[in-house]
Design a protein around this ligand. Structure first.
Ligand code: ZN
Length: 69
């Protein structure tokens, strides 16, 4: 309990936010994409990746996960 290696292991499963819908995702399960500029983007699903990268949609106009108007 609380051994140093256990704390280290916890940090490895750090949480990140989906670049499109801002959902909290585990870095171990999410999809990572590195742009040509070196900017790293995380996606919780292929749906979000498709919306942002292929369709170039603005996340602010598509809040189907966070808010409902
Ligand atoms: Zn997402």
């Amino acid at each position: 309990m609380g051994a140093p290696w256990q704390i280290l292991g916890k940090r490895l499963v750090d949480m990140s936010k989906c670049s499109f819908c801002s959902t909290q995702i585990e870095k171990a399960t999410g999809k990572m994409f590195v742009e040509n500029t070196g900017k790293i983007q995380w996606f919780c699903s292929s749906k979000c990746e498709k919306n942002l990268r292929k369709l170039g949609r603005d996340p602010r106009k598509f809040k189907w996960t966070k808010e409902k108007s």
